[in-house]
Design a protein around this ligand. Structure first.
Ligand SMILES: [Zn+2]
Length: 90
C-alpha cells in the first residue's frame, strides 16, 4: 500500500516527530510477543525509535519501551535494536 503523505511517528528517545521510515519500529504483537519490526508490516502496537544510539539509550534507560507496551522487553529485542542502530548510526 503506497501512501503519498509520509507518516510521522514520535521517537521514544528524543520525542521528535520523524518520518516513519527513518525510525526503527518495535511492535507488540496481538499475542503479546515483542519484536523488532524491520519490515514495518507486523500487526500490533508499535513504538518507534530513531536510528540513533543516543535515542535508544534514552528510551531504554527510561523504561519507555516497557511503559509503551506495559510489559517487559526481552533481551534479544534489545540486542537486535542495538545491532540495527549501530549499523546505521554514523
Ligand atoms: Zn530520537
Amino acid at each position: 500500500m503506497q501512501q503519498r503523505k509520509t507518516p510521522m511517528r514520535k521517537c521514544l528517545g528524543c520525542g521528535a516527530m520523524r518520518p516513519k521510515k527513518e525510525l526503527v519500529r518495535v511492535v507488540r504483537e496481538p499475542d503479546g510477543a515483542v519484536s523488532v519490526d524491520l519490515t514495518g508490516k507486523k500487526n500490533g502496537r508499535g513504538a518507534y525509535i530513531c536510528r540513533s544510539a543516543e535515542c535508544l539509550k534514552k528510551a531504554w534507560k527510561g523504561d519507555r519501551l516497557q511503559r509503551a507496551f506495559s510489559c517487559a522487553i526481552p533481551e534479544e529485542v534489545a540486542a537486535i535494536l542495538i545491532k540495527e542502530i549501530e549499523e546505521n548510526d554514523g
